[in-house]
Design a protein. Structure first.
Length: 417
């Protein structure tokens, strides 16, 4: 009876066309609604796997080169490290377009998203989020080495680039729940690999200077080609372990971290010094502002801290008092003050009082690094930086004279109209 019923149902299904018989096997066909849904599903975009699984679609960026880095990405939800030292993005990443402009916009939007997540995520995930941003930023720096990229359009990220393109820096902070902040920076340095180009340049320059007849002059003289390599330094804040760094010369591995907001370029004795103005909130009881001098060696080695400060035996930012540190040993300036106050430290065009050749005071207008003079709230608290505050209306400054930042005490600081 049951077999007869099954045969009748099978005959009816074949008649209505619900079941189709293949020469090799029988299979259920898709219903018309399911077939239309499948047909309307778009094909996988550029960069995706040809047959992705329905739940996860993995994107593989072939342009990310193996990069040696010290960040710990274990357990990071945004990046997973493969055994080949290449990095694979999470499914939230969208594949870049073949157009260079679209690719640039894609990288910029991803950097914005990753950087914003550092401050939006729970405090327990901030370091992992910072590592994810740093990893992606290093890949973009490597891809756009020697080319422009709009890092300055990443919101709240500090970006600096030398006027000659010798370096560029990305700088940000990682806040903690206890009110302190740690700092990170990526520094990309350009190193010349021109070989004998310097001697060729000298010979070419000497040939151009020789007086020759017009008919004997070459039709075109061009500079020999120059090639460059680029080094990326991943710098982590070490200021908590170096509370008094005024005499230290640091490297990228021992960087005295800060949140930089201004950079000043100056030349002296054949070197270019980059003076950064920054803020550091790494100490639990007081905050700090710093004037940091950086220079780059011929082989791309970076030095933080340089003897370019002339204090005339004074302590910058304090009441005139003698100090035991000689000028040639002073490599950076650090101001320490309370958590509940703030101080002025900026590069501005102001006036200071100097003595002319006859020994009479005169007013000089110049660009200078202006800062508050700090005093303790009570003299009994002079040894505790947590109680230092700006004196109010009393300023000091550094003026670049004769290859050094020279301390000036008589400053007439005024707001520009």
């Amino acid at each position: 009876m049951m077999n007869a019923l099954k045969s009748a149902l099978l005959t009816l299904a074949l008649t209505l066309g619900v079941i189709s018989i293949h020469p090799a096997h029988a299979s259920l066909s898709h219903s018309p609604a399911l077939a239309s849904d499948q047909a309307s599903t778009p094909a996988a975009p550029f960069g995706r796997c040809s047959a992705p699984t329905p739940s996860v679609q993995t994107i593989r960026h072939s342009w990310i080169q193996p990069i040696v880095h010290s960040s710990n990405t274990f357990g990071n939800p945004l990046f997973r490290q493969e055994s080949s030292c290449r990095f694979r993005a999470d499914s939230r990443f969208s594949a870049p377009s073949a157009s260079p402009e679209d690719s640039l916009n894609h990288y910029r939007s991803e950097l914005n998203r990753l950087f914003a997540y550092i401050y939006e995520c729970p405090s327990s995930q901030r370091w992992a989020a910072s590592d994810s941003f740093g990893l992606f930023a290093k890949a973009v720096l490597d891809r756009y080495a020697g080319r422009d990229f709009p890092f300055g359009q990443i919101r709240n990220l500090n970006y600096f680039q030398a006027s000659d393109g010798s370096f560029r820096m990305l700088n940000w902070g990682i806040p903690d729940d206890n009110g302190t902040v740690s700092y990170k920076a990526l520094l990309q340095v350009r190193v010349s690999q021109s070989g004998d180009s310097s001697s060729a340049l000298q010979s070419l320059d000497s040939d151009c200077r020789k007086p020759t007849a017009k008919k004997d002059r070459p039709r075109s003289q061009s500079l020999p080609p120059r090639s460059y390599t680029y080094i990326i330094y991943d710098m982590s804040d070490m200021s908590l372990y170096q509370p008094y760094p005024e005499q230290l010369e640091c490297t990228p591995e021992t960087w005295w971290g800060a949140f930089y907001y201004s950079c000043i370029e100056r030349q002296a004795e054949g070197k270019t010094y980059y003076t950064f103005l920054g803020w550091n909130a790494g100490q639990p009881l007081y905050q700090q502002s710093v004037i940091e001098a950086m220079y780059i060696g011929e082989q791309g080695d970076v030095h933080f801290g340089a003897p370019v400060f002339a204090n005339n035996g004074r302590v910058p930012g304090r009441n005139p008092m003698p100090v035991q540190i000689a000028d040639q040993d002073y490599r950076r300036v650090v101001f320490r003050f309370g958590k509940r106050t703030g101080m002025i430290l900026r590069y501005d065009y102001q006036s200071y009082i100097a003595l002319n050749k006859r020994g009479k005071p005169k007013k000089v207008n110049a660009n200078m690094i202006v800062f508050d003079q700090l005093v303790p709230q009570q003299m009994a608290m002079s040894d505790d930086y947590a109680y230092y505050v700006p004196q109010g209306g009393v300023y000091q400054a550094y003026v670049w004279l004769d290859g050094k930042w020279r301390l000036q005490l008589d400053i007439e600081a005024r707001n520009r109209e």
